[in-house]
Design a protein around this ligand. Sequence first.
Ligand SMILES: *[C@@H]1O[C@H](CO)[C@@H](O)[C@H](O)[C@H]1NC(C)=O
Ligand SMILES: *[C@@H]1O[C@H](CO)[C@@H](O)[C@H](O)[C@H]1NC(C)=O
Length: 253
Amino acid sequence: MKGIILFTLLTIWSNVDCTPCSYSPSQWCTSVDSAIECGVLKQCLEANATKPNTQVQPVQVELYFESLCPGCRLFLTSQLFPTWTMLQDIMSVTLVPYGNAHESFDGKQYQFTCQHGEEECLGNMIETCILNATGSHAFQIVYCMEASTDVVKAGEKCVALYDPNTKWDSIMTCVKGDQGNQLMHQNAVKTGALKPAHNYVPWIVINGEHTDDLQNKAMSSLFTLICSMWKGPKPEACGAAQMKRHRSYCHDE
Ligand SMILES: *[C@@H]1O[C@H](CO)[C@@H](O)[C@H](O)[C@H]1NC(C)=O
Ligand SMILES: *[C@@H]1O[C@H](CO)[C@@H](O)[C@H](O)[C@H]1NC(C)=O
């Protein structure tokens, strides 16, 4: 691959009436400066863009949230989803609906209590079952619910819209049964294992790490943060105008 690029560049080099630059051909594309000096910026950018970048890991974003928290809904709908729509090639998203909920074991099943009441527990559970059952459509469906006036009521319509092959009955079987109970318990364990422990939601973890700085940057512009943290060649979208700023929290009592 390198050989082909070099050959292409040498061909370009020999075809262009140029003054020699101070870099050897193997260094032409190593920086933007050298590429400009040697008059091959366009070719280097093209070569860089098509070069497979298997070694660069996508930026991992985990969102710990609860279905009816206004700040969570705002972050998910106005930052996370639009950013993912544009940058899904360079980022991965994990949603954990649980947030400031609490659980106890009654000897048979886990019982959950939620910050915004029963309705929120139901919303969390529906989203958890959707995340388990609808694969690559799940984020769109959860977005659709969180963007709707009535989060819980929207579930059925959102599933029908984005994943017509999944029957609503199968989601509700999960919601009411042991599977949903176990999956929600896993969310509780995952949320409880956060280091540092969360004390508000939306709680954002980037590449396995939560700091005030990362949280603030993600809340101001997740889009800008993802572009700046991505180690590979910048996708075209990263050059585009920055996203709007929104922030709001729900604090754990
Ligand atoms: C090509 O990519 C490498 C590594 O990703 C980078 O260091 C270099 O600056 C890029 N070259 C140009 C001309 O953009
Ligand atoms: C869905 O949940 C079951 C356990 O109930 C698990 O075995 C399976 O891997 C989960 N699927 C996904 C896509 O998370």
